[in-house]
Design a protein around this ligand. Sequence first.
Ligand code: ADP
Ligand code: MG
Length: 274
Amino acid sequence: MSVVLNASNYDADVPVPAFKPGPAGTHITIRGLTKYFAGWPLYEDFNLDIPKHKIVSVFGPNGCGKSTLINMIAGLVPIDAGEILFDGKSLKDTKIGYVFQNYREAMFPWMRTIDNIAYPLKLEGRSKAEVDRRMAELVASFDVKFDLKRYPYELSGGQQQTASIMRALANNPEVLFLDEPFSALDFEMTLFIREKLQEVFMQTGTTMLLVSHDLEEAVYLADQVLLLTKRPTRVAEILPYGDARPRTVETLSEASFIGTKKRSLEIFQREVRR
Ligand SMILES: Nc1ncnc2c1ncn2[C@@H]1O[C@H](COP(=O)(O)OP(=O)(O)O)[C@@H](O)[C@H]1O
Ligand SMILES: [Mg+2]
């Protein structure tokens, strides 16, 4: 068990509460998370355990803080108070990947797509041979049919989002964050990328946090649906969803899938009306 050490441990005899670890299988522990925007609380003493090797879909009312939550965990938005640990480690000792909603602004426009994807590997100082090997793996696992030598703006939206997911996975992150990764895509591309994500997940078991505003999509990929309340935001409920993978079109008509969707919607509506 780890203990929160801060100045008061040394300065006074005030006992500091021990950091309460999550249950077995927890990857990310969030304790006492507090975040204010312009004097208004968004999160206050928020606690959550995110399981390892699972996909957690985050669902909740507009503006309840879904993006802010994953951005705080990913270190993109500073927190006012609290602690977030990954297997007991801090963010700086954890490899993460992030897929943005807006693929158009996610890539460096002056770099060819292949160099965008390889960028995290180059940042890590990998040799050319290592970069080439990892790129070949990614191309094979995503079954890429388009020319990666093109610049991002020369690709379709779906191709750009595929490339940005490849980039997010390039250095084999421990956690992958996805903020509405399908929302700017057409239906066909959404289905394609959804399947790719599921395949990658089945191959690697990467812990994923997926924000979605589409309940069907949120449940389809999830091991857990994390339902949030209106702000100040709390956990409304966490629904487990355990259908076997790979999930397919048939999954959509399974009683367990429909039941989880229905229950999620009930909780969502209850929270919106509250
Ligand atoms: N940088 C910011 N400054 C002020 N308010 C913000 C900022 N970012 C987000 N908010 C507010 O925090 C709330 C949650 O935002 P967000 O996390 O984007 O919600 P969601 O992704 O659930 O729609 C919203 O009310 C939003 O207006
Ligand atoms: Mg958002």
